[in-house]
Design a protein around this ligand. Structure first.
Ligand SMILES: C[S@@+](CC[C@H](N)C(=O)[O-])C[C@H]1O[C@@H](n2cnc3c(N)ncnc32)[C@H](O)[C@@H]1O
Length: 344
């Protein structure tokens, strides 16, 4: 799990508000919650003198923590696609005398060519695959901690810890729950619809924008739009699917491992979205608002499928993230990551 005591010391040495708040007191939209940063940095296992690549500068807060962790002997290269964020972080680090952080504006999918070899790479934005160039820019035995999608649909991410073996390439060590904004090539002007991976988008009569991402929707956009229309303009209901104490996070982890191709991810308008099942006649998905129930609209088949998955998951002993095993496969542009159930 890594040494959390140096992360705790770094946290005490860095003023979070200095990085995450703008002069008018508003929060930098792209800030990551401190708790999530601490968990990830603990797992990254950063030591004094290391060279670290950070993808997703955001507010600059996580970069400042990395700068503390590597110390004056080490260095941090932090990449963000938004020039304004790189410039802001450069100024903030500069005024605090942090000279071991290099800010780069660019597409982090390319890593930081010419700055390697890195001992650690950490990403705060989700690629579809583990990019091949990241693996090429690291030193022997390096560790990469990054969110990555575990199924063909967008927003099916978990966080991967991988170690790079010089002969065998990257090897997945474990996965844990978490995800960040999808990697995008340009500055975003909205945060509700994923910047990539959406197969169909419809506008409901009340103006909400619904979207879907699923292998079947990629193949049949017309059917996908029909499903979204049914959910957008028909009646939807919350149907209790899990018993108290059962975890939708664990169920989702199980679905990533067992049914990655069958998962549909549906945006229900505004920030609401969920993972579940959908077909041309409707959808049933778990949302963050009440993870024990599914939002169901349209025909019965998606809800029946969700009930069947839950029964199967109970039968398997309700496995969750702790039971997942990351499996990396070389493909165009990088390493596809899928989860398998350990010991099954
Ligand atoms: C969750 S924020 C990072 C927050 C940061 N860890 C902090 O402490 O504030 C994700 C960042 O990734 C950046 N990003 C998204 N796509 C990117 C890409 N292709 N390359 C580099 N950065 C990217 C976004 O602009 C955003 O600043």
């Amino acid at each position: 799990m890594g040494d959390h005591s140096n992360v705790t010391a770094a946290l005490a040495a860095v003023d979070e508000d200095y990085y995450t708040l703008r002069p008018d007191g508003s929060l930098v939209t792209q800030s990551t919650a401190a708790g999530a940063i601490v968990e990830t940095l603990g797992r990254l296992d950063v030591r004094t003198g290391m060279r670290v690549l950070e993808i997703g500068t955001g507010s600059g807060f996580s970069g400042a923590l990395l700068s503390e962790l590597v110390g004056p002997q080490g260095s941090v290269v932090s990449v963000d696609v938004v020039a304004g964020l790189s410039e802001r972080a450069r100024e903030l680090h500069g005024s605090r005398g942090r000279t071991n952080v290099d800010l780069v504006t660019g597409d982090g999918a390319l890593g930081a060519p010419g700055h390697g070899d890195f001992d650690r790479i950490v990403a705060w934005t989700t690629p579809r695959l583990l990019p091949g160039v990241w693996v090429e820019q690291v030193a022997r035995g390096a560790v990469i901690v990054t969110p990555v999608e575990l199924a063909p649909s967008v927003r099916t991410a978990a966080i991967l810890r991988a170690r790079v073996d010089p002969e065998r390439g990257p090897e997945g060590e474990y996965l844990f729950a978490g995800r960040y904004v999808e990697m995008h090539g340009e500055e975003l002007d909205q945060w509700l619809v994923p910047p990539r991976g959406v197969d169909a988008l419809v506008c409901a009569r009340d103006g909400r924008e619904l979207w879907i991402s699923a292998p079947w929707a990629t193949e049949d956009g017309e059917a996908a739009r029909r499903a979204l229309k049914v959910v957008a303009d028909g009646d939807t209901a919350r149907v209790r699917v899990l018993e108290p104490g059962e975890s939708a996070v664990d169920l989702t982890a199980y679905l990533y491992a067992r049914h990655p191709e069958d998962i549909s991810v549906v945006g229900l308008g505004g920030p609401a979205w969920g993972v579940g099942s959908a077909d041309a006649d409707g959808a049933a998905v778990f949302t963050a608002a009440d993870a024990g129930s599914a939002v169901h609209g349209g025909g019965p088949a998606p809800l029946e499928r969700v009930h069947a998955w839950v029964a199967e998951w109970r039968e398997a002993g309700r496995p969750g993230y702790a039971d997942l095993w990351p499996v990396l496969t070389r493909t165009d542009g990088g390493w596809r990551v899928r989860a398998e159930l350990a010991g099954v």
